[in-house]
Design a protein around this ligand. Structure first.
Ligand code: BES
Ligand code: MN
Ligand code: MN
Length: 457
């Protein structure tokens, strides 16, 4: 532990500068205009893995953005840790809401503000630096494999293909991922579940062209109004989703599981103040933690129709569109939910409009074990570095690849996240606390040490 702290202390400034360099690449995978920047980010990651001491470093081409691979096999008889992360980021817009530019990392009040600071550059880079530390101090206790991808934020469409084509190369005893949140630094926690996702796009089409809203208004169904009504009907008065069969496969938590989940420190008043909302919302009969961690949900992510430019234009739009996603919980299947959503959404359309439904990416929910060697190693590592054992929680977000690692490679993951829900992931002014960054670099070598020790039995 002293050795770890000493190395971090001596290299602190450089660790930060390197992360800043990484954050300056606008590696937005969703927007083709950043293609070169995304590719340059992969080069940077590969170079840093090499510098840190990884072998077999390769920028693996895919049909989309490349996956950066690297490994250090010190002894085949030792356990192997596969580290997964993503170097791509979400788009930064709306730009005008950023206090400082998203790709010029800026420190305010001990926090690094930049797109990707927490999700996931700041978090996966902790692993690169922890690996460097273990190499330089001769303390690497496990074999390590890195797999850092560039398409997580757009659904990891090509990762499954890569994983299935590289089963041997990716063989490991555990997948270690830092891409989730903790409750707080005072209450360290480990997420033990992630929700799945089914992401849909709908289009409601009325008349064959935009119409004068005075000449035709009142006599022709307005697709924007119809779309709003259809969307509004997807929740009932108890905020329960109304799509038939939607909840059929959902497993209810046992009373014990509910009690454990709700015993995690959570302050509803603070939550509301932070978000500046007068009241919370959600499915009747469930607490806020249950709603985000264990219940499936349906959200409108975006809607557009008609005239949205400056000033006023009197128009009855021809079309209205929305992007709608559903978060899924264990036992629900993304494809199945996409299908029942499509059927239902078409069935509730009135005769005066046509409806199109298409599916975007999806992903399956997962629950990760808390009785595994790897989880115990993570627990011990946190106990050492935070002085407190972690609380197991359920995360509301999705990392579709986690279920895939299980089905394709038969390997379970540990979601070793050091972010905070309040880090504004996907929002303007995303941040990551410098303290969390160093704390992660300090905790990760302990994980490797305990994982090797506990694996010996
Ligand atoms: N790192 C997040 C997921 C996350 C964040 C999990 C916080 C738990 C806590 C990841 O990058 C992400 O944003 N995933 C997407 C899904 C993906 C298919 C676009 C999500 O959850 O919306
Ligand atoms: Mn992420
Ligand atoms: Mn994300």
């Amino acid at each position: 532990m002293q050795q770890i702290k000493k190395y971090i202390e001596e290299n602190k400034q450089r660790f930060l500068e390197e992360l800043f360099e990484l954050l300056r690449f606008p590696s937005v995978s969703a927007d083709p205009k950043y293609k070169d920047d995304v590719l340059k980010t992969a080069d940077f990651v590969a170079a840093k893995l090499k510098e840190a001491g990884a072998d077999q470093v390769e920028i693996c081409e895919t049909a989309g953005y490349p996956i950066v691979y690297g490994e250090k096999i010190i002894d085949p008889s030792l356990p192997t840790v596969l580290i997964y992360g993503h170097y791509d980021v979400q788009p930064a817009d709306p730009l005008e809401l950023w206090k400082t530019p998203p790709f010029e990392p800026t420190v305010r009040d001990g926090k690094i503000y930049a797109r990707g600071a927490c999700d996931d550059k700041g978090q996966f880079y902790m692993h690169v630096k922890a690996f460097e530390l273990m190499m330089k101090t001769n303390t690497l206790a496990c074999n390590v494999k890195f797999m850092i991808e560039g398409e997580e934020e757009v659904g990891s469409a090509n990762l499954g293909i890569f994983v299935n084509a590289n089963i041997e190369r990716l063989k490991a005893d555990v997948v270690l991922i830092s891409d989730t949140s903790m409750i707080s630094m005072e209450n360290p926690s480990i997420e033990t579940g992630l929700r799945g996702l089914a992401y849909m796009e709908v289009e409601v089409v009325g008349p064959n062209r935009d119409l004068h809203s005075g000449v035709y208004g009142g006599a022709v169904a307005n697709p924007a109004t119809i779309l709003c009504k259809m969307i509004a009907s997807l929740h009932d008065e108890n905020n329960h989703i109304t799509i038939p069969a939607f909840y059929d496969k959902v497993i209810e938590l046992t009373a014990d599981e509910k009690r454990a989940l709700n015993s995690a420190p959570f302050d509803l008043e603070e939550y509301k103040t932070d978000l500046d909302i007068a009241a919370e919302w959600g499915e009747k009969g469930y607490s806020t933690l249950e709603r985000t961690g264990t219940r499936p949900t349906l959200e409108v992510n975006g809607m557009w129709s008609g005239y949205i430019g400056e000033g006023a234009k009197t128009v009855l739009p021809s079309k209205a569109n929305a992007k709608i996603s559903m978060r899924l919980v264990p036992n629900q299947s993304s494809d199945e939910i996409a299908e029942i959503f499509t059927r239902h959404f078409k069935s509730i359309a009135p005769a005066n409009v046509k409806v199109k439904v298409t599916a975007h990416h999806g992903g399956e929910p997962v629950v990760t074990p808390t009785d595994s060697t790897a989880y115990r190693a993570a627990e011990k590592a946190i106990l050492d570095s935070f002085g407190k054992a972690p609380i197991p929680t359920r995360g509301g977000g999705s990392i579709p690849i986690v279920a895939l690692f299980e089905s394709a490679l038969g390997i379970k993951s540990v979601l070793f996240g050091f972010g905070l829900d309040s880090d504004s992931l996907h929002s303007p002014n995303e941040k990551y606390d410098i303290y969390n960054y160093y704390k992660g670099i300090e905790t990760l070598p302990l994980f490797h040490k305990y994982f090797a020790e506990l694996s010996k039995g």
